[in-house]
Write a protein that binds this ligand. Structure first.
Ligand code: AHM
Ligand code: MG
Length: 337
């Protein structure tokens, strides 16, 4: 870990933008609005043990207000924080079936924001880390209003991506294609401070993260790969350790720092119709952009995540992500007939 310098995330974003002489400041404003939403969600997540917020959506709290589940709260918070800034032309969220237009009363900008407001939220009642994931593109269409076409992109077109992990501390990690940088929220001053500059994932790890309860649904290649990782072979630093939180952002964040591989392969119960679980636009693409910027890899087993052309807003993909040597080896196992 790098020694902490007192660099706030705002200053860092501005300095990153100065690397692009033609930048208008729009992008800085967009990221700034997002950090504000992140701080608010962090505050609410930290209060999660306090009864009223844990109620089901629709329950009424002591003030007579409808209590919202945290994922609903986070979704609304991001939409409200982002819609009026004039930076965005359209949004899409894992929680909404269709794209989220920018209301007519607000100015429209040139960026597209896609996000998973609170990933892993099924863990929240047990005080397990959860996260927000975001992905930013430049608008592609030229008509009056942005459309779904502006969202159905290849991950390699992203201009920025990041996540916030609400863990033992709250951290925001982002990239604009100039390396990966991590900031820790200092709750006493309410600022994200640069704590992890230029994160690089080790080229090979010793950790694998997968839901082993799904082993009966795996393809043959995944089975052989996981069995291989468990063999005791000191010359190749095996066996690996299994670490699985079940909260993608937290599993990914740990592996990014320590090295390792996270796998959510497709369910092959019906071999003719493999069923992946994780979403391309809100989960796989942003984390793939980050991991590549940190020197790692993200793949479906067959192809690079960032090369996939999205055809649906809620498209799902197998996700194998982490240290480069680990992902390359998985691909070998997966493709061996
Ligand atoms: P969610 O978007 O509904 O929260 O689901 C995604 C989560 C990821 O955070 C996590 O990696 C995965 O689902 C865990 O799934 P499982 O419980 O099947 O292992
Ligand atoms: Mg999710």
């Amino acid at each position: 870990m790098q020694k902490s310098k007192a660099v706030t995330i705002q200053r860092h974003i501005v300095e990153q933008e100065r690397l692009f002489p033609k930048a208008t400041g729009d992008f800085t404003g967009l990221l700034w609005d997002l950090t504000l939403a992140a701080k608010t969600i962090s505050r609410e997540v930290n209060k999660a043990g306090l009864a009223e917020i844990l109620g089901l959506t629709g329950e009424v709290n002591i003030h007579g207000d409808a209590v919202k589940k945290l994922d609903v709260y986070a979704n609304e918070r991001i939409c409200k924080s982002m819609e009026h800034g004039g930076h965005l032309c359209v949004m899409a969220s894992e929680e909404n079936e269709d794209v989220i237009p920018i209301p007519d009363e607000f100015p429209k900008g040139k960026y597209v924001l896609m996000f998973d407001p609170l990933d892993g939220s099924s863990n929240i009642d047990a005080n397990v880390s959860v996260g927000t994931i975001f992905s930013i593109y430049r608008r592609k269409t030229t008509g009056r209003d942005a459309t779904i076409e502006d969202c159905l992109r290849k991950g390699m077109e992203q201009v920025a991506a990041g996540y916030i992990v609400y863990g033992s501390s709250t951290m925001m990690v982002y990239t604009t294609g100039q390396g990966v940088h991590g900031f820790t929220l200092d709750p006493s001053v309410g600022e994200f401070l640069l704590s992890h500059e230029n994160i690089e994932i080790p080229s090979k790890g010793k950790i694998y993260s997968i839901n082993e309860g799904n082993a009966h649904t795996w393809d043959e290649g995944t089975r052989r790969y996981i069995a291989y990782l468990k063999e005791n072979d000191p010359s190749t630093s095996r066996p690996y350790s299994l670490r699985y939180i079940g909260s993608l952002v937290a599993d990914f964040h740990r592996n990014l720092l320590y090295g390792g591989i996270f796998l959510y392969p497709a369910d092959y119960k019906d071999p003719k119709k493999p069923k992946p679980k994780l979403r391309l636009l809100y989960e796989a693409n942003p984390l793939a952009f980050i991991v590549e910027q940190a020197g790692g890899m993200a793949s479906t087993g067959k192809e690079r995540i960032l090369d996939i052309q999205a055809t649906e807003l809620h498209q799902k993909v197998p996700l194998i992500i982490g240290s480069k040597e680990d992902v390359l080896l998985y691909e070998k196992f997966f493709n061996q007939k």
